[in-house]
Design a binder for this molecule. Structure first.
Ligand SMILES: Nc1ncnc2c1ncn2[C@@H]1O[C@H](COP(=O)(O)OP(=O)(O)OP(=O)(O)O)[C@@H](O)[C@H]1O
Ligand SMILES: [Mg+2]
Length: 157
């Protein structure tokens, strides 16, 4: 049943300009289910994630989140609807502080959930310790923790 699926993707096609990377991806993910997408380098895993989050426009296909069609919605609206994303290359905002990066993540959950900073700090105590430090000056692993914390604080569905 469509209504019971958290994420339903049908016939998703997309890529970069003339280069089609996704050639008809179908995905059915139920609430609480954990799905790993596995494939060799360059096969299109990140491209799929960017298309699901709205950073790339698909050329065909549909994406439904909890029964709602979000295919035409921009990335910020999908984030607010509960799609969290931890980019492969970290992609924290280097000139913002750690705390400001978390605030950006918090906006995704605003109106939907109350942000739980203590939960994030329990997983990653360094983020509390370095709250005022510019994110670009954190170590690589610390930036990765911040990227995860930034998604967590928005409480993705
Ligand atoms: N910004 C871009 N512009 C043009 N082509 C791109 C761009 N990003 C990725 N590609 C190409 O799209 C294809 C899929 O790349 P993608 O990053 O999705 O692979 P991946 O499965 O995430 O690989 P990896 O395991 O190395 O992270 C590759 O051929 C890549 O060269
Ligand atoms: Mg990748």
């Amino acid at each position: 049943m469509t209504d019971e699926l958290l994420l339903q993707v049908k016939g998703l096609r997309g890529g970069y300009g003339a280069e089609t990377v996704l050639q008809g991806v179908d995905l059915n993910i139920a609430p609480g289910e954990i799905v790993a997408v596995i494939g060799r380098n360059g096969v299109g895993k990140s491209t799929l994630m960017r298309t699901l989050t709205g950073l790339l426009r698909p050329s065909a296909g549909t994406i439904q989140l909890a029964g709602r069609d979000v295919t035409a919605e921009p990335a910020d609206r999908r984030a607010r609807a509960g799609i969290g994303y931890i980019p492969q290359g970290r992609d924290v905002f280097p000139d913002l502080t750690v705390r400001e990066n978390l605030l950006v993540g918090e906006m995704a959950g605003r109106g939907r959930v109350k942000p739980d900073y203590e939960q994030v700090y329990r997983f990653f105590p360094i983020l509390k310790e370095r709250a005022r430090q510019r994110a670009g000056t954190l170590s690589g692993g610390q930036q990765q923790q911040l990227a995860i914390g930034r998604a967590m604080i928005g409480a993705p569905v």
